[in-house]
Write a protein that binds this ligand. Sequence first.
Ligand SMILES: NC(=O)c1ccc[n+]([C@@H]2O[C@H](COP(=O)([O-])OP(=O)(O)OC[C@H]3O[C@@H](n4cnc5c(N)ncnc54)[C@H](OP(=O)(O)O)[C@@H]3O)[C@@H](O)[C@H]2O)c1
Length: 278
Amino acid sequence: MKIFAIFGNPIKHSKSPIIHKLFANQLNIIQQYKKIYVPIDKFNNIINNFFKNGGYGANITIPFKKKAYNICDFLTDRGIKSGVVNTLKIIKNNKILGDNTDGIGLLKDLQKIKFIHKNSNILLLGAGGAAKGIIYSIINFGCKITIVNRTYKNSYNLLKFFNNKKNISIIKIEDIDNIINNKKINYDLIINATSSSIKGEVPKISSKIIHSNIFCYDLFYSINITPFLEWCLYHGAKKISDGIGMLIEQAAYSFFLWHGVMPNTELILKQFKKKYFF
Ligand SMILES: NC(=O)c1ccc[n+]([C@@H]2O[C@H](COP(=O)([O-])OP(=O)(O)OC[C@H]3O[C@@H](n4cnc5c(N)ncnc54)[C@H](OP(=O)(O)O)[C@@H]3O)[C@@H](O)[C@H]2O)c1
């Protein structure tokens, strides 16, 4: 039986074991998938022991995606382009292959719910690990991204990582009002990739970014509406979604890397919501 686990800190809240169990049941695959809590300074030891003791694949979550990238012997193209990985797999000679499935998972969900098209003008809130992991897939699809983050330096570092590609720009959070007023920019889609919703907060940003035709997507998900999406509705948005769809899609791409088969994610999303959210 192949053994898998998700590594993170915190990890209690993770729904990945449930999702991978649903995938395995759907495709008649026998596997074990557990949660592993990792003290901040112990990531390398714990992950290396896991693979030495027969672990076959791993998912990596906050705050270890960069550390996971650094221990990889090989990377997929998505892994290289993102600079952070959320999926590991043991390959020949006990080497570790790293992939990033967050970006493709988000893109797949945005396409399914029709929140994105090739020319979408996107405002991305946040410049942490999740933002870094999704940018490549989104600009590769053809969209334009403007990053705005609480700490400007972190968005600047992100821009540098992506080599100032022409489809990416950054703005200061305090300049957004002027930019919208003077340049008459209308964003088509806002993606909240900050972790503010975890603490019940909303990023401090001008509500002028919201208009009635904008799509609003929060990477965070919960049983109740997220604080960010509630704020969007309050300021006039009509089309909102949280990140459950992305969670399932990114997991499906990890599953594919490990088993070579793709689960039917629409069915899993329905089962997951029915069993765990209602
Ligand atoms: N649905 C999914 O499948 C999925 C996948 C991955 C991640 N996520 C979610 O994505 C979110 C971000 O994760 P991450 O790994 O990128 O975390 P991270 O690396 O810790 O980055 C956090 C980001 O949020 C910003 N931030 C935190 N608190 C804020 C606040 N109160 N106001 C404004 N900005 C704030 C930080 O800004 P500074 O730079 O100023 O600190 C930083 O840009 C989390 O909610 C996570 O659950 C969802």
